[in-house]
Design a protein around this ligand. Structure first.
Ligand SMILES: [Fe+2]
Ligand SMILES: [Fe+2]
Length: 210
């Protein structure tokens, strides 16, 4: 385990996180070229938002590292990932395993930044325990400009994100949940809990109202 760097801009960030903030992935990463380009775009967007919010340089680095790291095991064999994870992650669908897989590997490397680890582990399902970094990663993963999808709507959300992160995330999650329900697909309890947290302060609606 390498001790954290005590240097100026990086503060107490783990060296692996510092390297990732500059686009250098750990040697265990399993991500193909097109995936790496997506990760770089997510990272750039997170850097843009963090700067627009006036975050400190170390925080900007941390956000940018999350962008590069979140899909670092996206092209790893799903059953290999499953074999390394403990419950409750073990039982998740294959496509969701790469987030928890990266978080676990980072933890093994000595990364103790819980907000960062949680943001990466839950970047596909969403989580009611997200801090600003988790919210930003969830949004940037969906809003990065390389995706071909409802471009006008997404560019408007990209513009709003630095000042209204939760509002933007709520809009994205609403669209995703409506899509899944429209397809008659089940929702993961974590995703529902995330939605309810974002709707905090509003009164419960009875499903029988419609
Ligand atoms: Fe992902
Ligand atoms: Fe992603």
């Amino acid at each position: 385990m390498v001790p954290p760097l005590p240097d100026s801009g990086a503060g107490l960030l783990h060296p692996l996180v510092v390297a990732a903030s500059r686009g250098a992935l750990p040697e265990w990463a399993k991500a193909r070229e097109n995936r790496r380009r997506h990760m770089a775009r997510v990272s750039a967007l997170l850097g843009e938002w963090a700067n627009a919010r006036g975050e400190a340089p170390q925080e900007v680095m941390r956000w940018m590292a999350a962008g590069h790291l979140h899909d670092a095991l996206r092209d790893e064999d799903q059953e290999v990932l499953r074999g390394k994870l403990a419950p409750p992650f073990q039982g998740l669908p294959g496509k969701v395993l790469h987030g928890p897989g990266v978080a676990q590997r980072l933890r093994e490397e000595g990364v103790e930044d819980e907000e960062l680890l949680h943001a990466i582990a839950f970047h596909t399902l969403g989580s009611p325990a997200f801090g600003p970094l988790g919210m930003a990663l969830y949004a940037a993963d969906f809003l990065e400009p390389g995706r071909i999808l409802r471009e006008e709507w997404r560019s408007e959300l990209r513009r709003r994100a630095p000042e209204d992160l939760e509002g933007v995330v709520r809009e994205i999650l609403s669209a995703r949940i409506r899509y899944l329900v429209g397809e008659m697909r089940p929702l993961h309890p974590e995703t529902v809990a995330f939605w309810n947290r974002l709707s905090e302060g509003e009164t419960w609606a009875s499903a029988s109202e419609i």
